[in-house]
Design a protein around this ligand. Structure first.
Ligand SMILES: [Fe+2]
Ligand SMILES: [Fe+2]
Length: 223
């Protein structure tokens, strides 16, 4: 394989491995968000439906990346929660992991629920601008399947932050605090400038042996 082709193949492999982790993390975490939304806002059918759609979209995205790996004849690289934007963000804002988030406490506390909505909103806004960048990347554009995946993601993405923004506005809540925007910025920079290149060069990163939708524990105790 020529150097450019080898670089491209590795870049797309790492990129898709990070994406599939985040999509899986997204839809599984949204199951818990939905629980909180249904309990906190039982009369807001429109908001509940929007979060359900968000969950369905992330689930669909996960399977699009899974199919891309199947076409490659490889499993994704075994990344871990240090590659998850939402993992870092929840830790920065709530001081705990996603697993440790106390859904009942968030339902009971208006400020905590507001914070959760903001974290999701900012994460999804970041996701949307990242897709715009990737759709100009020549390596992504060189792979027709990858290009198509990101075009679909691009179309879905506005629906993933607008409902939370609308909820915050409707309830007179703050739509973002500078500290949260700052955290989001640094998380993104460290993922793109440190984490992605580190996986790129580490040839010993193992691959998943099972799909995460078949076995939820595959990312635990990851590389
Ligand atoms: Fe997604
Ligand atoms: Fe999304």
């Amino acid at each position: 394989m020529k150097p450019l082709q080898a670089f491209r193949a590795r870049f797309l492999d790492v990129l898709a491995s990070i994406y599939i982790y985040n999509e899986h993390r997204g839809y599984t975490s949204l199951d818990r968000v939905l629980e909180a939304v249904r309990a906190r806002c039982p009369d807001e059918a429109g908001f509940i439906a929007a979060v359900e759609k968000h969950r369905e979209d992330e689930h669909k995205h996960y399977h699009m990346f899974r199919r891309w790996f199947e076409l490659q004849g490889r499993m994704p690289l075994k990344v871990d929660r240090t590659c998850g934007h939402i993992d870092h963000f929840i830790e920065a804002v709530f001081g705990c992991t996603i697993e440790e988030l106390d859904t009942a406490a968030i339902v009971a506390d208006g400020d905590a629920f507001e914070k959760l909505c903001r974290v999701i909103m900012l994460t999804e806004q970041r996701g949307m601008s990242q897709v715009e960048v990737l759709l100009k990347n020549r390596h992504v554009l060189s792979d027709p399947v990858m290009r198509r995946i990101f075009r679909i993601v691009e179309k879905d993405e506005p629906d993933h932050w607008m409902p939370y923004h609308a909820w915050l506005t409707r309830h007179g809540r703050v739509t973002a605090r500078w500290r949260e925007r700052w955290a989001d910025f640094w998380i993104h920079k460290s993922l793109m400038l440190a984490k992605l290149p580190a996986i790129f060069v580490n040839r010993r990163t193992p691959r998943l042996e099972k799909w995460p939708h078949d076995d939820d524990s595959v990312y635990r105790a990851a590389a």
